[in-house]
Design a protein around this ligand. Structure first.
Ligand code: SAH
Length: 255
């Protein structure tokens, strides 16, 4: 059968102001929507459109089901929070295409970008990602904690700003404190740290602290943390919230 299509769609960080026109068009054209339940809830129901919400840890089954549906001729949208390529379903779909039936390789599959959490959080607070930066997931579901520690060491000692996705979950209560302790080995206690929670949603909260106190700030599954460098600065603004920024120029980092 032919004519099927799969669009892997980024919804952005929060409400639909952040949805791109391209994503909106793909959602409107879909016969069937797949995705993690809370992300699907953000998309208004349309008459005649099938919906398949699934649980957080079911990425493999969700990807295979969406590809199978598209292979049967349906126009399918897989929805993701933020951007589909950032710790989300785009790579899971590619894994299934590589491992699955040969016919999946000839399907019409497109990836539609969305605003990822680190960009949304950064924009709320100034320009913390103004110089070189990296993104790291603190989830050790798909990689060992020892590798995360090695990457934290490497990123902090090389002078990257670090955006930490998945800092904490109910199943992973200790990892964030451990990561902060690790980063303190490389960076001064005064290093600015930004916490952005539920950015772009009604309960949005953005706060600034220093690395010395960062493990005392509550973080959860809806929080993204940006850890600055030795160059990252806080601008106090009377009567207004502070700006955090990383200047565009940097000197050599000492080994
Ligand atoms: N694909 C998503 C990331 C999925 S991983 C994206 O591009 O944004 C899930 C993690 O993303 C969360 O644990 C949190 O760290 C971050 N996150 C997602 N939405 C967020 C939001 N609205 N505000 C702050 N952080 C968010």
């Amino acid at each position: 059968m032919s004519g099927g299509r799969l669009a892997v769609v980024g919804l952005g960080p929060g409400d639909l102001r952040y949805l791109t026109p391209e994503a909106e068009t793909a959602l409107a054209a879909a016969d069937a929507l797949y995705g993690y339940g809370p992300y699907l809830d953000r998309v208004a129901p349309r008459a005649g459109q099938r919906r398949y919400p699934s649980d957080n840890r079911e990425e493999v089954a969700r990807a295979a089901a969406a590809l199978g549906d598209a292979a049967q001729g349906a126009s399918v949208a897989m929805v993701c929070g933020g951007d589909p390529g950032v710790f989300a379903m785009a790579a899971a779909i590619c894994e299934q295409i590589e491992q699955g039936p040969a016919s999946w390789r000839t399907l019409d599959v497109v990836f539609i970008p969305g605003i990822t959490a680190m960009l949304a959080v950064a924009a709320k607070i100034g320009a913390p990602l103004g110089h070189d930066f990296c993104a790291l997931s603190l989830s050790d579901n798909l990689k060992p904690w020892s590798l995360i520690e090695r990457r934290l060491d490497a990123a902090a000692s090389a002078g990257f700003v670090i955006a930490l996705y998945n800092p904490v979950s109910r199943a992973r209560p200790w990892q964030f404190g451990n990561a902060v302790e690790r980063l303190r080995r490389h960076l001064p206690e005064t290093t600015p740290v930004v916490f952005g929670r539920a950015v772009g949603r009604p309960d949005e909260h953005v706060s600034v602290t220093r690395l010395g106190e960062a493990d005392a700030t509550p973080a959860d599954m809806a929080t993204l943390v940006i850890v600055g460098t030795r160059q990252t600065r806080i601008i106090q603004r009377p009567g207004r919230s502070p700006f955090v920024y990383t200047p565009r120029a940097a000197a050599e980092v000492s080994a």
